[in-house]
Ligand binder design. Structure first.
Ligand code: C2E
Ligand code: MG
Ligand code: MG
Length: 712
């Protein structure tokens, strides 16, 4: 049953309409008759009076005449279809009303029992279809606005017909502003790599009547000219017959995803601590730089920078400080290079620098010099002022290699050379360095087996009193009887042993063997002498060092006062509390402590007072020129006087000539050691030497060393 509102002032005409509708076989109508526009409007304004499916109205009512009748009714209920009844003379009004939204009109003279119900029922059906369509469109819009992707559609001519909200946000265009404009104006895209305008995929989709996939590296230029990387795809729109009537494009912002992937690739290529390029990125850049250098016949240089004794910073100040120091170093190095160069961290305290354009070797040397100076200034970390130095090795293309691997290997070899040359300097690669590196590798392999194969032996070098010439002690010096190299001196392998940790078991063997030897000589009736054993810092700080000393003494039966351990001044310079504690324990047992190579490590007087030192061994570099260089003579003189006033026994090392001996004697240096008095000897030869010595001479008092005397 359809409810029809009839608005008609003329009762006869109203009756005719009602009869026509209610008597129809077309549909069932219920007719509600209202006489004036005012009644009609009241009725429509009150929803409680029931739904209305259609309005049939005479344009000429008692209270309204003409288009105003339609306007009133349409304004009150735009969703209800309206059929107007009209005199044939007033068709203009009817046409105007239809233009403004009326569904239809009938001439009063024409309608009959068939035509009127037919017209009303058609009108109701059409309104229902339109309603459904409207709802559908609305639903589609809501759907398109709720998806996360941006959607733009165009008509066949490429004019924008729709933008969803995401598309509005992304392009910066509202649907209202974009509607009807050429899509290229609203959706402007470029190729992110070339920055050339990119082809709009919608045009292609329409032209080729197929879905067009992503445009690679597509960048959208928004209405305000800002940019966002997007991914897009477009498809043609078809009508029911399959004809292309437009195109739709779906796209989304990929800036976050791209930023994330950029970050990931940055992390994969950079060192997390310093943010410098890591080895893989460095290798990549080196490869490109080499290709360029080859093409342009230019040169490039690789600098290996290794921080001297960095481990010491970590050991004494902790890893957190070590890390901050590495960051500071990274910044200083970056300050020394051009933008086109690369500073990379290869792990640990090793940095590798690529200088992309060097005119000649001097440029690389200048850069290295600059870096040494930049690194040397104090690094303020918390309240610490840390000072460091570095050793730098340089290899240049094409002289020292034409491929990356060779260049890096050679720069590394040059860096080792810089370390061996006393650190805090730079060295250029030289071909013979590779031989050294190879030899070093071989030595390390062999060294691992040397101990179990009993290839080590100790030689003993006499120490004598300068006043009497008598032997007062000896220094045990390690020798390696290598199966193919004959006798290897410690200078060749101690470093390697320290770095590999092999020094600890080696040192333990030396200590045991030396103590046993000293005790054996005494057992054989030879006069007791002070046995000095060299100990490196690595050993000293290793676990159980003191226990090892005790065990060597217990095992051999040697009294502690006949043993001295020699540590180098540089080892002592580590000024570590644990070094001091270990030395104190050793000293408390009664073992003497000698400071070896004195003068080379810049230790201060406060150092000497802080540590329990009994003996100072003046380094041979000072003794060598004592008779020819005034400076050295006065330095040695000062050392002797200082030793005397600190009650420490002074031993001059490396005495080779009679003149040196006499000079030292005049300076009142108490004791000496050197080739002049005797080269290092095997135990048997040393025992013979000791035995030949007139017994009265053996234990001459050391006037200058009250403390040592007291303990012996
Ligand atoms: P060092 O403790 O200063 O030992 C003195 C070095 O000078 C020895 O070299 C000795 O042979 C050499 N020498 C002695 N008199 C003269 C001389 O008149 N002229 C010259 N030119 N040289 C002289 P060597 O045996 O090659 O030892 C070198 C260094 O190796 C030692 O220096 C010491 O620091 C280290 N070393 C030796 N044995 C051991 C050991 O068992 N353990 C550890 N950790 N280091 C050792
Ligand atoms: Mg020594
Ligand atoms: Mg020495």
């Amino acid at each position: 049953m359809k409810h029809v509102l009839l608005v008609q002032s003329d009762p006869a005409e109203a009756m005719a309409v009602r009869n026509a509708l209610q008597g129809s076989s077309e549909a069932q109508f219920q007719v509600e008759w209202l006489r004036t526009l005012a009644e009609g409007l009241r009725r429509l304004a009150d929803p409680s009076t029931g739904e209305v499916d259609a309005i049939v109205a005479d344009v000429f009512l008692a209270d309204s005449d003409g288009i105003g009748t339609f306007d009133g009714l349409f304004g009150a209920a735009p969703q209800i279809p309206i059929l107007l009844l009209i005199d044939s003379t007033r068709q203009g009004v009817a046409k105007l009303a239809v233009h403004c939204g009326a569904q239809d009109y009938l001439l009063k003279s024409r309608f009959d029992d068939y035509l009127l119900p037919k017209a009303v029922s058609n009108m109701i059906e059409r309104a229902a279809v339109a309603d459904a369509l409207y709802m559908e469109k609305e639903r589609a819009q809501i759907t398109l606005n709720s998806i996360g992707d941006a959607v733009i559609s165009t008509d066949q001519g490429g004019a924008v017909s729709f933008l969803n909200q995401v598309a509005e946000n992304l392009t910066g265009w509202t649907l209202e502003a974009a509607y009807g404009r050429p899509v290229d104006e609203v959706f402007r895209i470029i190729d992110g790599n070339t920055r050339e305008p990119a082809q709009n995929p919608m045009a292609l989709a329409m032209r080729e009547n197929r879905t067009v996939g992503l445009t690679a590296d597509c960048v959208l230029i928004r209405r305000d000219c800002s940019e966002s990387p997007i991914e897009d795809s477009a498809a043609p729109i078809h009508d029911r017959q399959g004809n292309v009537t437009g195109a739709v494009m779906v796209f989304h912002d990929v800036s976050k995803a791209r930023a994330r992937s950029l970050k990931l690739s940055h992390l994969a290529q950079h060192d997390a601590l310093t943010d410098l390029p890591n080895r893989s990125l460095f290798d990549d850049r080196l490869g490109r730089a080499l290709a360029l250098a080859q093409r342009h016949r230019s040169k490039l240089a690789i600098l290996y920078v290794d921080i001297d004794r960095f481990k010491h910073v970590n050991d004494t100040s902790g890893h957190a400080v070590g890390d901050r120091l590495l960051q500071s170093i990274a910044q200083r190095l970056l300050g020394c290079i051009r933008n086109s160069d690369t500073v990379s961290r290869q792990g640990g305290d090793e940095f590798v620098i690529l200088l992309g354009e060097v005119a000649n070797a001097k440029d690389a040397a200048l850069a290295a010099e600059k870096m040494l100076v930049a690194l040397a200034g104090p690094h303020g970390i918390d309240d610490l002022q840390l000072r460091i130095t570095a050793s730098i090795g340089i290899a240049t293309y094409p002289m020292d290699g034409i491929d990356g691997e060779t260049l890096c290997k050679n720069a590394d070899a040059a860096m080792y050379r810089a370390k061996n040359c006393g650190r805090n300097n730079f060295q250029f690669f030289k071909a013979e360095m590779n031989l050294h590196a190879l030899e070093r590798q071989d030595l390390e392999t062999d060294l691992r087996h040397a101990l179990e194969r009993c290839e080590f032996e100790l030689h003993y070098q006499p120490q004598v009193s300068l006043r009497t010439g008598a032997i007062t002690g000896c220094e045990a010096l390690l020798r390696w009887r290598h199966p193919t190299r004959r006798l290897v001196r410690p200078g060749r392998f101690i470093d390697i042993a320290e770095q590999s940790g092999l020094i600890v078991p080696m040192g333990r063997w030396v200590l045991h063997d030396a103590c046993s030897q000293a005790q054996a000589w005494q057992g054989a009736g030879l006069p007791p002498v002070l046995m000095s054993v060299n100990v490196s810092a690595v050993e000293l700080l290793a676990m159980n060092f003191v226990a090892g000393v005790r065990s060597a003494l217990d095992h051999s039966g040697l009294a502690a006062r006949h043993l001295a351990i020699e540590i180098t001044e540089t080892a002592l310079m580590r000024d570590d509390e644990s070094t001091r504690a270990v030395l104190q324990e050793i000293s408390d047992i009664g073992v003497h402590i000698a400071l070896d190579d004195f003068g080379t490590g810049y230790s201060s007087l406060s150092h000497l007072k802080r540590f329990p030192i009994d003996i100072l061994k003046i380094d041979q570099t000072f003794v060598r020129h004592i008779t020819t260089h005034e400076d050295d003579a006065s330095i040695v003189g000062a050392m002797v006087r200082m030793g005397r006033s600190l009650h420490v026994l002074v031993v001059a090392e490396g005495v080779e000539t009679h003149a040196q001996r006499m000079f030292l004697k005049r300076l009142q240096c108490p004791e000496a050691q050197g080739y002049f008095f005797g080269k290092p000897l095997l135990a048997g030869a040393f025992a013979d030497r000791l035995a030949r010595q007139p017994s009265a001479d053996v234990r001459q008092p050391r006037a200058s060393d009250a403390r040592a005397l007291a303990q012996r």
